[in-house]
Design a protein around this ligand. Structure first.
Ligand code: PLP
Ligand code: ZN
Length: 404
């Protein structure tokens, strides 16, 4: 018997687990519902160091359908030096920049591609702001699927090179992410492609909830007080909440209702922050996103409304940071903790800093800041705040003068 079914997030109508993502009755999104088997801390303790260690809590029926590139179980670093700078005694960085394709997107992409295998689909794809392209393409390569990427044409060159290397059919769309998304949705439906973040979205988001599972396990099954999450579509923030709630349901965690969720967006594409600050429950799309944080440049966030609900549920906040603050935060994280992140991670750290300054986070709070992508993916932008080294003659005398 299948362990999972689907349920409409809005009207709660139930469906069997099939290739389906929107409710027939109300067009709401469908979420995966589980019959969880009994699990305990020891169930997971000595397993492989990937997110597949939580197999019982994931929506794949047969282990033989797993398509894995060994993503997950990334470090939760106790950030003592950054904490000292910011005035925090219990700061942790969840460093997802060191996943196999160098972003957290290996989590949702891996689950969705595995589910596409379970559904016997013949090809996969995604609409991407950059990182999902590589995560989907790498899993497609491993699983033997043709892969179609739809992405705005102006993303970072490193991300394009990476996705192309995995052998994907890469469509660079002259437009915004929302344009690429709309086209991917139509082509996915008409050609029967499993578009991981559109028609496979119910399964896709299940991957991101492992960001909650791992943090909980790495904190020895304690609930953090504050979680700072970078937000594009809002799928990850929503999934992290779902992950903590599920751990409470299976009695691995106590009460999770006192944690605080903080949504971090870049100025220039902060539709959820705008709605939060004007007390609106509707997210007004940003038509022309303009930010150095290209992986968060989603003007019309699919899960925006649900992020607002989560912030209300968990007494959270939404805050933005501008390009300069983002780039400064990248350098601050690098210089204190030795972690090199792309602008999305800079958004998290910059917003964390603001939350402390605004008195919304206390010195003793257990704080988890999600750093979701690697700095090597966005060197063009980061070089703008760095000095390019001058080339020197290979002469010990001249060079020794530069070494003080
Ligand atoms: C996609 C992405 C995000 C945002 O995730 P959503 O689920 O779209 O909110 C954050 N950080 C990085 C590095 C990303 O690639
Ligand atoms: Zn419904």
């Amino acid at each position: 018997m299948a362990r999972t079914s689907l349920q409409c997030r809005e009207c709660k109508k139930n469906y069997d687990s099939t290739f389906k993502y929107i409710c027939d009755d109300c067009f709401g999104p469908l979420d995966v519902k589980y019959e969880f088997p009994p699990v305990s801390k020891t169930t997971f303790a000595n397993r492989e160091k990937t997110y597949w260690r939580y197999f019982e809590l994931l929506p794949i029926e047969q282990k033989s359908n797993i398509v894995s590139i060994d993503a997950g179980m990334t470090p939760l670093t106790k950030a003592v030096k950054l904490g000292e700078k910011l005035g925090l005694k219990n700061l942790y960085i969840k460093n997802d920049s060191v996943n196999p394709t160098f972003s957290f997107k290996d989590r949702p992409a891996g689950i969705a591609v595995s589910k596409a295998k379970e559904f016997s689909m013949s090809s996969v794809g995604c609409a991407s702001t950059g990182n999902l392209a590589s995560a989907t393409a790498a899993h497609a390569a491993k699983g033997g699927f043709p892969c179609h990427i739809f992405a705005p044409s102006d993303i970072e060159m490193a991300k394009i090179a990476q996705a192309l290397s995995y052998g994907a059919n890469y469509i660079a769309v002259d437009g915004t992410y929302d344009d690429a998304n709309r086209i991917a949705a139509q082509i996915g439906d008409s050609k029967g492609i499993g578009i991981v973040n559109i028609n496979m979205r119910s399964y896709y988001v299940e991957g991101s909830k492992t960001l909650a599972y791992e943090v909980a396990e790495q904190l020895d099954w304690q609930v953090p007080d504050q979680l700072i999450v970078p937000v594009g579509s809002g799928a990850m923030l929503n999934a992290i909440c779902k992950g903590f709630e599920e751990l409470q349901d299976v009695s691995l965690l106590g009460d999770v209702s006192n944690m605080h969720m903080i949504a971090a967006q870049p100025h220039g594409c902060a539709p959820i922050v705008n709605a939060f600050k004007t007390n609106s429950s509707e997210v007004i799309p940003v038509e022309h996103p303009d930010t150095v944080a290209k992986s968060l440049a989603i003007g019309d966030p699919g899960d925006g409304r649900y992020v607002l609900k989560r912030l209300e549920q968990y007494n959270g906040f939404a805050e933005e940071s501008n390009n300069k603050e983002i780039l400064d935060a990248i350098l601050l994280l690098a210089k204190t903790e030795g972690i090199f992140t792309e602008p999305a991670g800079g958004v998290s750290v910059a917003v964390l800093q603001k939350m402390v300054e605004q008195g919304k986070i206390d010195t003793n709070d257990k704080v988890v800041c999600y750093v979701t992508g690697n700095g090597l993916k966005a060197t063009e932008a980061i070089m703008e705040v760095l000095q390019k080294p001058t080339v020197m003659k290979a002469d010990v005398g001249e060079i020794s003068a530069a070494v003080n």
